[in-house]
Design a protein around this ligand. Sequence first.
Ligand code: NAP
Length: 292
Amino acid sequence: MLDCAAPMAAQILDGKSLAATTRAALKQKVDALVQRGVRPGLSVLIAGDDPASKVYVRNKTLAAKEIGVRSELIELPGSVSEQQLLDQVAKLNANREVHGILVQLPLPKHIDSARVLETIAPAKDVDGFHEANLGALMAGRPGVVPCTPLGCMRLIEHAGVQIAGRHAVVLGRSNIVGKPVAMLLLQKDATVTICHSKTPELAAVTREADILVAAVGRAKLVGAAMVKPGACVIDVGINRLPDGKLAGDVDYDAVKQVAGWITPVPGGVGPMTIAMLLENCLSAAAREKSAS
Ligand code: NAP
């Protein structure tokens, strides 16, 4: 077991490569499920023309197809009514060939996203955003775990970084990343601090972190002076710079001189998010098969 405190040049946590290995293992599971008479099915719903969302959903459905998951992309106009969207989700809930339903966020402003997410059958909620699944995570009971937080944990675990007894600091308290990743770290016996926009003296807190997860949405917010030497730094942020390039919430070039482990952006958490989505979809299909 490697030790967070050991000083060393940062090792790059290659999410692209870990995601490829994960997808290859998942493909074998799909083949096994197909042998048992079930082909996992994923339906992705998108409403509107947000270009970034369109790229994300295309990547998700393509990745699903590549491992043999039956995937469909349902594209609705930005003018779709909330009721039409709810009806569409209800149809997918009732369709036995669909094991996973994902509604791409953000939804158009006139639609109550929470209401839509709560309409997805919890067992098919492969994003893990339904309150039943978030509640299960909070209570430490089985449920669907949100993909990005799960991907963060896989990266940390794959690196062999000790979690139990370590101080983990999470920047960001959203329901889809910050809070669930904090819960997962807590479940693995880390001592967890959650920071947000009202946290004073942020650097003083982050410098205490053996494991630092940044999920803020502010390009290069985390500089080298905010990082404890040897820490494991997981960068969830995806930010578009004025020159069009992508940057994380961490100043990668500076922090990699200090950290023990670091995820790049792109190529870190992003690919793992998609791999975990596929894993959640397969688990949903396997559960449905066992129950039938
Ligand atoms: P979000 O809902 O906007 O939440 C951002 C959080 O950061 C909030 O809790 C906010 O605090 C906090 N925050 C904002 N400015 C801060 C500051 N200066 N100091 C400390 N905390 C600050 O964002 P999200 O959905 O969690 O996403 C976070 C980032 O991850 C975004 O860049 C997003 O694109 C990216 N993301 C990536 C993936 C992936 O697959 N790689 C998946 C999901 C999201 P308050 O609560 O006080 O406002």
